[in-house]
Write a protein that binds this ligand. Structure first.
Ligand code: HEM
Length: 537
């Protein structure tokens, strides 16, 4: 259990027996246990004051209040969460040794947090934005997090651009306008210079950018991951969440009105549906690509701006996620939960997607600031359900665990050598991928085709969905300068002439038919570095 995993020393254990004997558990006390008989009046020199510095009860109460706020997430600050469980339909032992995917009878507890990306913690739910869909599986092998979004792709191909992307999305720094929408000069200045973002721009400006509810959203792990079975065979995988209620969106008009009339629309709907027993459900879907098929597509499966069309690789539904319990305390649970793409378990591994590689660093790093030091794993919502903290990491802000004994270093001979390393079979082993390449600061040419899937997306829409996309780009451009409007129109010309012309007409741009990129998209061939990589079995 969690408690046995935390080493509580004998002194604390003996204190616990005293604690059981205390009476009057419902009486108001200070943080030190002193009973308070007047919580409405401060200590004064005479009834008309002044107030005395000596009033430690007043000072304790105000001091604690003064420190109640912590930094909000640097992105995805606005969110709502819920508990539930995940259950696999059939054992997936043939493709992964992940323990929570073996037994159809086992229910793995989960916590899910949905979010918008750009807005502040207090911003409105129904703005046009990407939605986060982060799931923490509390497995017997440790926490596994799918930190995904409601769209299957992302804006950029390399994590080194992420700070620029987010700076441009967030309110402009001189006047903090606009508060929670992407339609402004900075964002469109940045993004129209990133042809790799064309595909994602289409998704965000489609009706997917204004979901009807969280329960009406798909979720995607986006990056290509690996699944590894007991025999060490690796396959590539994309994770999907498919909602039982189907995918539905608001109209842009309703979404805009709700921003004013009910900014909590999505979180209220989640809360009320769970409270009334109408539990939201999703199925976990997998797209599996055999290792030898890594290069069989006309895009690179490591490129996070590309999806794998379901016509090419079907989504196999392997289990269900049910959200059935609201949190007790928003701050303690939903605000303090710490998702991290690096939280993986044996049987699941990373790929070389360069966006994913940056994320592996970023989450733990930001949480050290956001959650006040390196010990946030001890916060109840973040604790694994298996033994954890069994290592020689010590001290730091907010350390609750009382480690006992003389030694705090690995390979000590003085303390019966605890904790010991696991055997190779029991411990986490990264996939032994073979690399033969020069170190370069570059991008693979196999990431170069920025428009084919954006075109695919446009042509997959019905005519009224296309109308909505045109309307959205038009609305977004309302806040942008003419030069940026023109750049967007040029970018769209690479995707569809009618789309570009309609937006141009709506926003008053006159443009010669010169696309942003004059060269036609190149056919994709694996870079030398990619083709030299062999799959170890
Ligand atoms: C937070 C998804 C790219 C850095 C989040 C959250 C989600 C998410 C869902 C909110 C988690 C929660 O509910 O607490 C994604 C997806 C990405 C992506 C799907 C691309 C496929 C990146 C990149 C970076 C990054 C490239 C940095 C290099 C962060 C940070 C947070 C965050 C710093 C705040 C975490 C916290 O304070 O707990 N992301 N993200 N993300 N993301 Fe990402």
């Amino acid at each position: 259990t969690v408690d046995s995993a935390c080493e509580i020393n004998e002194k604390v254990a003996s204190m616990e027996s005293f604690r059981a004997r205390t009476e009057d558990g419902d009486i108001l006390t200070t943080n030190q246990g002193l009973k308070i008989s007047d919580d409405s009046n401060s200590l004064k020199a005479g009834v008309r004051g002044s107030t005395l510095l000596e009033d430690f009860i007043l000072r304790e109460k105000i001091t604690h209040f003064d420190h109640e706020r912590i930094p909000e997430r640097v992105v995805h600050a606005r969110g709502a969460g819920a508990y539930g469980f995940f259950q696999v339909y059939n054992s997936l032992a043939n493709i992964t040794k992940a323990k929570f995917l073996q037994d159809p009878k086992k229910k793995t507890p989960v916590f899910v947090r949905f979010s918008t990306v750009g807005g502040f913690r207090g911003s409105a739910d129904t703005v046009r934005d990407v939605r986060g869909f982060a799931t923490k599986f509390y497995t017997e092998d440790g926490n596994f997090d799918i930190v995904g979004n409601n769209m299957p792709i992302f804006f950029i191909q390399d994590a080194i651009k992420f700070p620029d992307l987010i700076h441009s999305v967030k309110p402009e720094p001189h006047n903090e306008i606009p508060q929670a929408q992407s339609g402004h000069d900075n964002f469109y200045d940045f993004i129209t210079q990133q042809p790799e973002a064309a595909h994602m721009l289409m998704w965000v400006n489609s009706d997917r950018g204004i979901p009807r509810s969280y329960a009406n959203m798909e979720g995607f792990g986006i990056h290509t991951f690996r699944l590894i079975n007991e025999q060490g065979v690796s396959r590539f995988v994309k994770f999907h969440w498919k909602p039982y209620l189907g995918v539905h969106s608001l109209t842009a008009d309703d979404a805009g009105k709700l921003v004013g009339k009910d900014p909590d629309f999505h979180r209220r709907q989640l809360w009320e549906s769970i409270a009334s027993g109408a539990f939201p459900e999703w199925e976990l879907g997998l797209q599996i690509v055999e290792a030898e098929d890594e290069f069989k597509f006309d895009f690179d499966i490591l490129d996070p701006t590309k999806l794998i069309p379901e016509e090419l690789v079907p989504v196999i539904r392997v289990g269900r996620l049910v959200l059935n319990r609201n949190p007790d305390n928003y701050f303690a649970e939903t605000e303090q939960v710490a998702f991290c793409i690096a939280n993986i378990v044996p049987g699941i591994d990373f790929s070389d997607d360069p966006l994913m590689q940056g994320r592996i660093f970023s989450y733990l790093d930001t949480q050290i600031t956001r959650l006040g030091g390196p010990n946030f794993q001890e916060i109840p919502i973040n604790r694994p359900v298996c033994p954890f903290l069994k290592n020689n990491q010590r001290d730091g802000l907010h350390r609750d665990t009382i480690n006992v004994g003389q030694t705090n270093y690995h390979k000590n001979t003085l303390n019966a050598g605890l904790p010991k390393e696991a055997t190779p079979a029991a411990g986490f082993q990264g996939f032994p991928e073979r690399i033969a390449a020069n170190i370069v600061r570059a991008r693979s040419p196999s990431f170069d085709d920025h428009f084919s899937q954006a075109i695919l997306f446009w042509t997959s829409l019905s005519s009224w969905e296309q109308d909505h996309l045109v309307d959205s780009f038009t609305g977004e451009m309302a806040h942008c300068q003419p030069a940026i409007r023109e750049r967007l129109v040029r970018l769209l010309l690479n995707i569809n002439e009618s789309l570009s012309n309609r937006v141009a007409l709506n926003v008053g741009v006159k443009i010669d038919p010169m696309p942003y990129h004059t060269a036609p998209p190149k056919p994709v061939t694996p870079s030398p570095a990619l083709s030299q990589r062999n799959q170890s079995k």
